[in-house]
Design a protein around this ligand. Structure first.
Ligand code: SF4
Length: 331
């Protein structure tokens, strides 16, 4: 893993030189460790064609954002630099979470507290941000946007978009399938019967649910109405693919070390392909944009299963325990 040691915490020149060298080598952001306190710019550009141009606006933005205290600013700026190399207009996508987050860093570092003041007290009580981090502001902006989502026809179903919830500095993100009847009405994920079983299993596994983020692959309740009842319908590939956008936004903001797919729909969304749970269960799998992906069953499976109910529950708890221990190792 390349380690870049910057001369001081506002070392823009050191960051720029190192980022340029790393970008020319195509080093992914997740593989770079940024440190402060040493000679600046330890990643020297390679000889030869070592120049590329970025918009002046990005240079100004980076110069301002680097003055923020967020420990992730160097990595976020490097990630944005790579995006701009791939797409010179990437900075124009003002609602893209990464752009939004870097702009908020720059604004806050420049004394513009507008984005911070936008946080609602209720949300702040539920979601704790790292000191000096603007991840919460970015998360809230994305969530607000998701509330009006029409990316697929499911926005016509159910009561509302049910976005993820939990601390934005969670090391573990759990991804379920879609909200159920109770979640749809409450506007919160994992509050129905499967969610309660999930809470119990997490407790039995020694994992503190309050320190995890929970969300769904599909954020609208898909159902078929039978009389007064709303019967769950499994989401299909186009719906999973459309809603994958929001899961990617959540992962970009939280950057969890471990993302756990609960069931086949979540696994399909996380890995972008059909996954066989039994083959991938119980061990980490790399995710292209960083972090580890884990796979286990959805707690609703444990409610439905008839044979060996206790054994299946114990296996689920064992998976969660292993995931919790792994999160401690990665901390
Ligand atoms: S299911 Fe997802 S993509 Fe489809 S409308 Fe709802 S939030 Fe948007």
């Amino acid at each position: 893993m390349p380690v870049v040691t910057l001369a001081h915490d506002r070392d823009f020149a050191g960051w720029r030189n190192a980022a340029r060298a790393l970008a020319l080598r195509g080093v992914p952001p997740a593989e770079v460790e940024w440190r402060i306190g040493g000679p600046g710019g330890s990643e020297a550009p390679p000889p030869g064609d070592n120049v590329f141009h970025v918009p002046r606006a990005f240079v100004d933005l980076a110069r301002a954002a680097i003055c923020h205290d967020d420990p992730e600013r160097f990595s976020l700026l490097y990630e944005l630099l790579l995006r701009i190399r791939a797409d010179p207009h990437a900075l124009d996508q003002a609602d893209a979470p990464l752009v939004c987050r870097v702009r908020a860093l720059a604004d806050q570092a420049s004394g513009n507290k507008a984005s911070g003041e936008a946080l609602s007290g209720a949300m702040a009580g539920n979601l704790r941000a790292r000191p000096g981090s603007n991840a919460l502001a970015a998360w809230e902006a994305v969530r607000a946007e998701a509330m009006g989502c029409t990316r697929c026809h499911l926005y016509k179903c159910g009561t509302q978009t049910v976005f993820g919830e939990g601390p934005v500095d969670s090391r573990i993100m759990f991804v379920g399938e879609q909200p159920g009847d109770q979640e749809d009405l409450a506007g919160r994920p994992f509050v129905g019967p499967a969610g309660r079983l999930f809470d119990k299993a997490l407790g039995d596994a020694g994992v503190d649910r309050r320190r995890t983020y929970v969300t769904n692959a599909v954020k609208h309740f898909k159902f078929e109405r039978r009389g007064k009842r709303r019967i769950h319908q499994k989401p299909e590939a186009p719906e999973i693919e459309a809603c994958r956008w929001w899961l990617e936004q959540e992962r970009t903001i939280l950057r969890p070390g471990l993302t756990v797919a609960l069931g086949a729909t979540a696994a399909r969304s996380l890995f972008g392909r059909i996954v066989t749970i039994s083959r991938m269960r119980g061990e980490p799998h790399p995710i292209p944009d960083g972090g580890e992906g884990w796979v286990t069953v959805h707690p609703s499976f444990l409610l439905r299963v008839r044979d060996d109910k206790e054994r299946e529950y114990a296996r689920f708890v064992e998976d969660l325990h292993r995931i919790g221990e792994r999160a401690k190792v990665l901390a």
